[in-house]
Design a protein. Sequence first.
Length: 428
Amino acid sequence: MADLLWQKPGVEVDARIQAFLAGDDVLLDREFFLHDIAASRAHAQGLQRIGMLGAGELEALLRELDVLAGDFRSGAFVLDQRYEDGHSAIEARLTERLGDAGKRIHAGRSRNDQVLVATRLWLKDSLAVVQRHARDAAGVALDRAQAEASLAMPGYTHLQRAVVSSAGMWWAGWAEAFIDDAVRARDTAAWIDANPLGSAAGYGINLPLDRDGTTQALGFGRLQVAATYAQLSRGKFELAALEALGSAMLDLRRIAWDLSLFTGSEFGFVALPPEYVTGSSIMPNKRNPDVVELMRGTYASVAAAKAEIEHLLSLPSGYHRDLQVTKGALFHGFGKGLQALALLPDLLRRMQWRPDAMRAALEPSMYATDLAVDLAKQGMPFRDAYREAADPARWAEGDPAASLAARVSPGAAGDLRLDVLRARLDAL
């Protein structure tokens, strides 16, 4: 391992303690490394503007940072156990290549300042991916709601057949859900879009750092002004990002539950694309919806990440090493969540209904609500109409198309208002 910046003279580093302190930093920082390099570029430019670096030194630093980024992408440079973490690796590489100029890159910074800005940039990118996947899923659902508006299927309450519904209503519900998820991801990204670079260890530094300049250089929406708030926001911003991801994952979990049920032989309403099912290792007759089931389970990873960060935030103000643990929670929660969300739009696009099975599942009792409302429209008090319609003797085979067309309350099958949803989607 390279020399430790913080190592004190005469104190020998205990390998076991250092391994505990470093934890998984080297592995986790691979995820944030390119963002750390980007922040280091902006910081170096700011140091040159206040006279801490010469023009030639800055040019050399920027050149070597670009080379390091390229080497990391290609695999020529590997962030491994030679380094304490990603930030020390950057400084070690620059020092190796540039000598004293490389050592100057750390002036005015602390290691937690470095990881804070790198993870903040990473969170912005990750929330943009959440927004994109949610928007894509909403677009597929909206297109299919339009195309399949009149395709009849059972509507369920309490997992019991309740009323006649339609594929259009099913799809419209998911379209609006994922539009909301995309909006929340966008709004959360805007809320956390604050630059912490230059806050040092949370108390600023005795240099006139050009924090406004680095805010612009890194594409942040605003400066996180108070150096002390940069540390107070750590964990809070990460939790908000996970909550935005969690909104989409909750909807993913529920749509996966529907598909799990609808693909079962007891329902038989849906056929999944062949790539989304697997065979059993012991039962030759099985085609299992493994992808859908793992999608259903992925919310657990996001919930675990949220819980981990919530438990870390019982701290007083200022920086604490505990906060480093938030990196692992972020990596795990977003890693699992985005992987599952990425598969959703194509699954929704290619799943196929089995209309005969859906039509066969419609039964006379499912028109009882229509009967009660029709009697009320004729002047019978609804309580009396309800009792009349509850009598199985009054039930009869109905017309699903007529039932759906008569459902004219806004948002129901007879008035889906997909144009309103389309306008919201287009505005994203």
